[in-house]
Design a protein around this ligand. Structure first.
Ligand code: BEZ
Length: 257
């Protein structure tokens, strides 16, 4: 199987094997969630369910949703005792509302952010809370810049101009939440340079896994040339101590309905 996700298909195997840092870093977000036995919690953008399961160990009832069938299929196999559903973050409805909504490294994929915020609000109980972490302003800026420059250089300006992610500032996202009626009680924007698993092709692997939408329609040979070029451009900035790093910037939020 090609190790590339498209807009609709994730390689959940590759995600678990080589990109597990995504959910491993989310573990300390659970400390902010403080899940309690008896609570009903939604894990929004749950991926392969690792954090959904970690939250469930508190005794809370946790439901995981994700727009990717591949991810949800894997989550259901790994954690058959938990409930998972394929649902988009921009359009979900549960008759029984939640005490808390948790989301790690997922909201930056949902470009219709007002719709997501509205859905979270409507599916929470009165005084329910949201505990979120997503890519924040300037997230992976070096990777994006190098990739776009290389795409343009090789005649793919259209690929370079597509909107794939939403990385808001603290001020922008808290304003959107407050506009919908949330009270923001905690917000932080911080750097988290993240070591990638593959010491040889860390950047190439990362772009194949997460940035494949930029490569749509480009033949494999040229993709390889572009990704080698991107990796070489980034070597002086993101290759340190014999490891590749991604220049992540995180936005963490807690807010109450
Ligand atoms: C992130 O977690 O910041 C992220 C992951 C994949 C693509 C873009 C951003």
């Amino acid at each position: 199987m090609e190790n590339i996700n498209t807009a609709t298909g994730w390689d959940a195997e590759l995600y678990n094997d080589k990109h597990s840092f995504v959910f491993k870093y989310g573990e300390d977000l659970i400390d902010l969630l403080l899940p309690k036995e008896g609570e009903r919690i939604l894990d929004l953008g749950c991926g392969t369910g690792y954090l959904t399961n970690a939250i469930a160990t508190s005794g809370a009832t946790v439901i995981g949703i994700d727009n990717s069938l591949e991810m949800i299929t894997k989550a259901k196999i790994a954690y058959p005792q938990l409930e998972f559903k394929v649902l988009p973050g921009e359009e979900f409805h549960f008759d029984e509302h939640f005490d808390a909504i948790f989301s790690n490294a997922a909201l930056h994929w949902m470009l219709e952010k007002e719709k997501v915020i509205d859905c979270m609000y409507r599916n929470l109980k009165r005084t329910g809370r949201i505990v979120l972490e997503m890519g924040g302003k300037n997230n992976i800026e070096n990777i994006i810049t190098a990739l776009k420059e290389s795409l343009i250089k090789h005649g793919f300006a259209e690929n370079a101009s597509i909107a794939v992610w939403y990385f808001p500032s603290e001020a922008e996202y808290t304003a959107l939440l407050e506009k919908r009626g949330f009270k923001v009680t905690y917000a932080a924007h911080f750097s988290r340079e993240t070591t990638l698993n593959d010491t040889r092709n860390g950047i190439k692997d990362w772009v194949k896994m997460f940035g494949s939408q930029f490569l749509n329609g480009i033949n494999n040979e040229l993709v390889d040339i572009i990704l080698n070029e991107v990796q070489n451009t980034l070597r002086p900035i993101l290759f340190k101590d014999n490891n590749w790093h991604a220049d992540y910037k995180r936005l963490r939020i807690i807010a109450i309905k």
